[in-house]
Design a protein around this ligand. Structure first.
Ligand SMILES: [Zn+2]
Length: 169
């Protein structure tokens, strides 16, 4: 089923010599497709379009996507924890685990979630003591891993500060 153009909108690009164009298409099955692109030789060398909560022109070579890729079967659990959580959360979870001996006694929802998360990976037991060990390892190695949740938050904020928000499309 072919898509047909429903509407097209344009706003000025940052340098003013071109445009940012949004085209909306749909087909007979009510499926829609959006195409948003920069039509300016100068600006497209500097930016690309990313659609998050807002529409951004992001400096080329950078991006606003949080990197939280891990392989459940290969990534050590402590690395997974570093990617998924801020250090503050890991510290709190560790405190909870220190006071708990069994899963059923844990009231904190996030801690319960992490214990369950540990189980989804191969060869990992649900024993609180092993989960606790992994959380401690994550805390100790947090700053040494290449990517962690807090570093990603900082990087994204930094990239965002150099983005241009596209309005009116
Ligand atoms: Zn331009």
């Amino acid at each position: 089923m072919s898509y047909e153009l429903d509407y097209e909108r344009k706003v000025s690009c940052p340098c003013g010599n071109g445009q940012i164009i949004k085209k909306s298409y749909s087909n007979d099955w009510n499926q829609t497709r959006l195409s948003i692109y920069i039509e300016c030789e100068k600006c497209e060398k500097e930016y690309h379009v990313e659609s998050e909560t807002k529409l951004y022109l992001v400096p080329n070579g950078e991006n606003l996507h949080r990197n939280s890729n891990y392989n459940t079967f290969e990534t050590p659990f402590f690395e997974e924890l570093c990617l998924c959580y801020p250090i503050d959360v890991l510290n709190k979870v560790y405190d909870v685990l220190c006071k708990s001996t069994t899963y059923s006694k844990i009231k904190d929802e996030r801690t319960r979630f992490i214990v369950r998360q540990s189980k989804t990976s191969i060869n990992r037991t649900m024993r609180i003591s092993s989960v606790k060990k992994c959380v401690l390892e994550a805390i100790q190695k947090y700053n040494d891993v290449i990517i962690n949740y807090d570093k990603e938050t900082k990087r994204i904020a930094d990239v965002e500060s150099r983005c241009i928000i596209v309005k009116g499309l």
